[in-house]
Design a protein around this ligand. Structure first.
Ligand code: SF4
Ligand code: SF4
Length: 403
């Protein structure tokens, strides 16, 4: 008997035996809860690799969610998979998500979260061979307390892009300990630079079950990236895509937005991608995404938009994280991380995350002021000096002023 049939049977039996008036309050609440569950729409799903999780084509990246009520609304709109991270709002986002999903049947949603070891250089993804694995397990365990859960479904190692780091024995042991202790059901990585290397390492490790990767129509070297995706998918790694709208806008003024439906449909044409992690912040965005996944066929207009966007003379907001700029800068500034901050600020308007990312870049106080002209030629054509100076203003904004 299916869940919904079982609930229907239970409901009818109780009503038939004694009538609603005789059902105790707690049972009434549970019947009401079950009725709400039955109203949740079924969305198109794909299987997330060997995890077996059937996830709707859209999942929620919770970093832009501002209230628990919005997370709950997304759940009742049919979303099942929610991704947070310890570094979203310094852990407060995990609390918010936990509150949003509180009281809902634990087997009706899936939670993923990400935390780097403290010793990890989050700009390069490097990790010293010797690091405190026990402290890492403690850090990961602290997430459970913030969610108010006994376990998460997927625990992710973020900033993954280096094979030697991902396959570091102490790291793998720490991650597997988390699984053995029942604190997570599955393990994974999140990667926005060195993605192909990360996908190969995830597949070869046989430890990482999930890979969250940056993937969009602006992805460079699409052929080799698609090969890496196929390699990982064949090994059973479930793949979810992030950064799928490539910064969402063509420039910082947010005029002429890219057609997000087109961008998302392009990603989902690749059947090795199980779901898109979308950082939604409003019901309008959520409803738009839900309408999009019901029909993945691109309209003539969308195909036209896509070819225009590929030829776009505007440089857009998406940095490929190719890191080719760093050796060109005499001060070796961590430009790719600053460019991600720029995208979070001007593309997604998530200023808290933009500031957090900017701080990660560790720029000196007056970066770029010693150069009259910038010697860096960015592969995406960005005016690097202008963008660094622009977004650096965020450093001095008190955190409580940021959304
Ligand atoms: S060269 Fe340009 S696209 Fe590549 S990492 Fe640097 S800023 Fe990003
Ligand atoms: S302007 Fe900034 S990014 Fe460009 S070379 Fe100078 S310090 Fe490096």
């Amino acid at each position: 008997m299916k869940n919904s049939q079982r609930r229907e049977f239970l409901k009818k039996s109780m009503l038939g035996l004694s009538g609603m008036a005789l059902i105790p309050g707690s049972l009434k609440a549970s019947v009401r809860g079950n009725e709400e569950q039955d109203k949740i729409p079924e969305l198109p799903v794909r299987v997330l690799g060997r995890t077996g999780i059937k996830t709707p084509l859209i999942s929620m990246g919770t970093g832009s969610a501002n209230t628990p009520a919005f997370v709950k609304s997304a759940y009742y709109a049919g979303l099942k998979l929610f991704f947070s991270a310890t570094y979203y709002g310094e852990g407060n986002n995990e609390i918010l998500v936990g509150e949003g999903l509180k009281g809902l049947p634990r087997d009706s949603f899936f939670i993923g979260t990400a935390a780097p070891p403290d010793e990890m250089d989050t700009r390069t993804g490097n990790l010293p061979a010797q690091f405190n694995a026990e402290a890492y397990v403690r850090k990961a365990t602290a997430s459970l307390g913030r969610f108010g859960l006994d376990y998460v479904d997927i625990f992710l190692l973020p900033y993954a892009g280096k094979r030697d780091v991902m396959l570091n024995e102490s790291l793998l042991k720490a991650l597997q300990d988390l699984k053995k202790q029942g604190k997570t059901k599955f393990l994974g990585i999140a990667s926005h630079g060195g993605i192909e290397e990360a996908l190969h390492a995830a597949a070869d490790s046989k430890v990482y079950d999930v890979a969250m990767i940056g993937y969009n129509y602006k992805t460079e070297n699409k052929e080799s990236m698609n090969e890496a995706l196929a390699y990982a998918a064949k090994a059973g790694v479930g793949i979810v895509a992030m950064k799928t709208t490539a910064g969402a806008f063509r420039n910082k003024n947010q005029v002429n937005p890219l057609n997000s439906d087109t961008a998302l449909k392009w990603v989902l044409q690749n059947e090795n991608i199980s779901s898109i992690v979308s950082g939604m912040s409003s019901m309008e965005e959520l409803q738009k995404n839900l309408a999009m996944i019901k029909n993945l066929k691109m309209t003539d207009q969308e195909l036209k938009d896509l070819s225009l966007a590929s030829l776009d003379s505007e440089n857009g907001l998406y940095c490929h994280q190719c890191r080719q700029c760093i050796p060109q800068c005499p001060y070796n500034l961590e430009i790719p991380t600053v460019m991600r901050s720029y995208m979070y600020a001007y593309g997604y308007r998530n200023f808290k995350h933009a500031q957090h990312t900017l701080m990660e870049a560790g720029l000196p106080a007056d970066s770029c002021s010693n150069c009259l002209n910038c010697s860096v030629k960015c592969t995406a054509g960005f005016n690097i000096k202008e963008r660094i100076e622009d977004v650096s203003r965020l450093r001095n904004v008190p955190r409580e002023f940021l959304v």
